[in-house]
Design a binder for this molecule. Sequence first.
Ligand code: BF8
Ligand code: SF4
Length: 618
Amino acid sequence: RPIEELSIWDDAKAMLKKARAEGIQTVHDRLDRQTPHCKFCELGTTCRNCTMGPCRVSEKNPLGVCGADADVIVARNFGRFVAGGAAGHSDHGRDLIEVLEAIVEGETSDYKITEENKLRAIAGEVGIKTDGRPTMDVARDVMECFFADFGSRKKEVSFLSRVPKVRKDKWAGLKMIPRGVDREIAEMMHRTHMGCDNDAPNTMIHAARTALADGWGGSMIGTELSDVIFGVPTPKMSTANLGVIKADKVNLLVHGHNPVVSEMILAAARDPELLARAKELGATGINVAGLCCTGNELLMRQGIPMAGNHLMTELAIITGAVEAIVVDYQCIMPSLVQVSGCYHTKFIDTANKARFSGAIHFDFQPKTAMKQAREIVSIAVEAFAQRDAGRVDIPCEPVEIMTGFSNEAVTAALGGSLDPLVQAIAAGDIRGAVGIVGCNNPKIKQDSLNVKLAEELIKKDILVLVTGCVTTAAGKAGLLVPDAIEKAGPGLKKVCGALGIPPVLHYGSCVDNARILQLCAALANALNVDISDLPVGASSPEWYSEKAAAIGLYAVASGIYTHLGHPPNILGSETVTNLAVSGLEDLVGATFFIEGDMVKAADMFDERIKTKRKALGL
Ligand code: BF8
Ligand code: SF4
């Protein structure tokens, strides 16, 4: 495909040209070679769950060897897909509990409890006594409580304390209450073994339960403990695009998801000794910039610059100015090792559960975190000497962005409560809110849909919250600065203008979609309604990952009308497809809708918001 069709961004296009000139393969080249994809896999009608198969079912051949039909096969595949995503987010959450454990057990001094107040607030919410108790005692109980949320001894995960009662009752009636994170994921695997759950709607209900265990369990724990350990995000300015990579500095990119590694790398990069060594080698400093979600985590809390989102990860290395790329896990294309190998770039992995052949490996542990982080930064610094200045091309100047919108920060900006927001919604200045979340997908012109939908929604006085890879998209489009109110409708312009905030708020990484869930629950509780009564929505226009599917499903199951730019691989089953795009409405008060045209998608949200406002008497 011509480069013009691959991305809306000049920095991406310049680097794609450079890649082609230098003979470096990218994700786009590989997609072209993989196209056309297998039709059965696209429809979800292929099954590899046992060795009587693999089977592919169709009109001509409607049953697998065991007798499973398209409905059963599609539901099972989708269920496992969602379980994969829930496992990713939740295992990330568990890693934060393990860091808390290391703090509580006195095994690390590299990590600390930074936000005692937040720790105590969370403890209160999950029923742990805090009055007059030492912080470490409270922390230990929080740790035990969250570890237990992963198991099977509880009737429900702890943060269901945040969910409006009507919603919980709805879930209870559907057997959709998430009991334990690992339990629901394991049960999903069990149900989809040959000869278990052979009723597609029933499998889909459990898929929703698994997703809820992610949203209100694993992800929420991940977000909340990250805040406790690394700080609650507050509004601040930063910059984005490939221009954040600096020709005169040692550039170290952090990529992946968990702030446990990247926070330490950032701290180590401020070490005066390492800085002195960088200067000795001719650099003016050490520049830590972010990619994808671990970038979002550091952006929200520390204001580091963002080099790019998912489809920029290969391209960032192609600038030729990256000394090291340090990864933890998730969404890290294995091709980055090869692309790094085309330059002086060191590719460093840090998690035993996410190793990359050909990488420099560190088994990163809380006990030794700072020491290891220093070694890693030192590798980056030494690599500066090997940089080939002739191959460096940094294609643009960075753009400004505003970040750091945690619920705590928003509440503080509103003067201590959500009431002003409720009033702005009631008055119709803010007609509703939509979270635009998720990824890039090389099948879609990079960020074309992410940006377009945000622009269309703010015009209609619909507040937009962004997380994950949509962040950099919105940022590069100039939507994450207060001046972007000029692109918003009159009501949104008035409210955001008065507060000095953008009409598109950066709410964090993908696990931080839990912040949006919490906000919705708080608004519903304030109005004494269900989440499905709110004039809100969610969207993932360019999604690709299992995690995005889990997010979409927990949003819908929580009562949030959710848009996808393209369907998951479920179209081979009418039963499953109909359930997703209409049947769930009766069960959970929301559905998915699939729409590739963002003007139409924005209109759909508009209609939905109108209906919901009317029902609320607004
Ligand atoms: O968790 S948005 S491409 S980086 S999956 Fe991945 Fe998608 Fe980016 Fe973050 Ni989320
Ligand atoms: Fe085929 Fe059934 Fe085995 Fe799947 S579980 S591979 S449909 S025989």
